[in-house]
Design a protein around this ligand. Structure first.
Ligand SMILES: *Cc1c(COP(=O)(O)O)cnc(C)c1O
Length: 367
């Protein structure tokens, strides 16, 4: 018996999300998943695990509320922001009927999660400047329940104009919910919409400890929203979403002292990013460096250099974004340590003109 027969046909056809850690490369400098380059030093304190953990550990909630500037009843904690993306669809979307919107180029999990849950989606591309196409969105709101907007956007690094988010909230009032994915907002806190939570009941914000807090391996994220939405999410979340070791480390990461360490870490990464951008702009293999407000930089390279493989051979792993709309020849580089940034730049600078002029001569003939 072929048991594949029993599976849902849409799951058989599903192209699973290609997480950075599923693509296996051998390398020693990992700049592909927007992780923090150095492990923070937390130790396990809780030794006993014979009891189930609390579903929503209060200390984590209270401390994250202080950090984010919201009330405790406006927070849900979950197994990463990815779980939150899914919980929202479970609460608000009838499979096969309701629709979510997302706006490529952007993070891939909105689409994959919708596909897995059998929820319809509508793709509304960003404009050339990677801002929202509000006219298109407004004209395609039938059956839409959730609109996922990544801000700052992964992988482009830009911030969505605050006025267009305000307009979007007005357009969709009484119809749909705006979910802003703020996984990287710790690197540019002024871009957060957190102050609007008390004004707009249909605004939801996603946060995570995976990026600026340097805890991608922990799997801990947050949903910020009005208490009505939080209560609905609590109905569908697993009974024990966080394991005791996760709770233990997350509590430590959110003490005032360790939050200060995180703020220092953010400073360092932002400085390294600017060094990386300046260095990249001086490389002849680079066609364009896009400005970034997060811990990664999107770069369009001259295709002939095959930068992805060239760096891979030197043990440096980047993330290929070239299959996203408008991102031909683009790679995303996570901002690592100062030395990692310098190392990448020095390798790229060595790839210069002889092969470039050969390429230019050849490509003029080809085209
Ligand atoms: C990394 C990332 C996430 C996932 O965060 P986790 O908390 O690790 O699940 C969500 N959204 C975006 C845009 C991300 O880049």
């Amino acid at each position: 018996m072929n048991v594949r027969y029993l599976a849902r046909s849409d799951i058989l056809a599903l192209k699973p999300y290609q997480s950075a850690r599923k693509l296996t490369y051998s390398g020693n400098i990992w700049l592909d998943a927007n992780e923090f380059p150095i492990a923070p030093n937390y130790q396990f304190r809780y030794k006993k695990m014979h009891r189930y953990p609390s579903c929503q550990p209060q200390e984590i909630i209270n401390n994250y509320a202080d950090y984010a500037g919201v009330r405790s009843d406006q927070i849900l904690v979950s197994r990463g922001a990815d779980e939150s993306i899914e919980l929202l669809m479970k609460v608000f979307c009838n499979p096969g009927k309701d629709v979510i919107i997302f706006c490529p180029p952007t993070y891939g999990m909105y689409k994959t999660t919708a596909e897995i849950l059998g929820i319809n989606y509508r793709i509304i591309l960003k404009k050339k400047n990677w801002q929202l196409d509000l006219t298109s969105i407004e004209s395609q709101l039938n059956n839409v329940k959730l609109i996922y907007i990544c801000n700052p956007n992964n992988p482009t690094g830009n911030i969505i104009h605050v006025n267009s988010l305000k307009k979007l909230l007005d357009i969709i009032q009484d119809k749909a919910i705006l979910v802003t994915d703020e996984a990287y907002v710790d690197f540019c806190p002024n871009a957060s919409l957190v102050r609007w939570l008390s004004i707009y009941p249909h605004l939801v914000i996603l946060r995570t400890l995976s990026k600026a807090f340097a805890l991608a391996g922990l799997r801990c994220g947050f949903t910020l929203a009005n208490p009505e939405i939080i209560k609905l999410l609590e109905k569908v979340i697993a009974p024990y979403p966080l394991s005791i070791p996760v709770i233990d480390i997350a509590e430590q990461a959110l003490t005032p002292k360790n939050i200060q360490y995180t703020l220092n870490r953010i400073d360092t990464i932002n400085k390294n990013r600017n060094i990386l951008i300046t260095g990249l702009q001086q490389c002849s293999c680079v066609q364009k460096v896009f400005d970034s407000n997060a811990n990664y930089v999107l770069v369009r390279f001259h295709p002939k250099y095959q930068i992805f493989n060239t760096l891979l051979r030197q043990g440096i792993i980047l993330r290929d974004q070239s299959s996203q709309p408008g991102l031909m020849h683009c790679l995303r580089i996570t901002v690592g340590t100062y030395n990692e940034c310098k190392h990448v730049i020095s390798i790229l600078r060595k790839l210069h003109t002889p092969s470039l002029s050969a390429y230019i001569n050849r490509s003029t003939h080809e085209s």
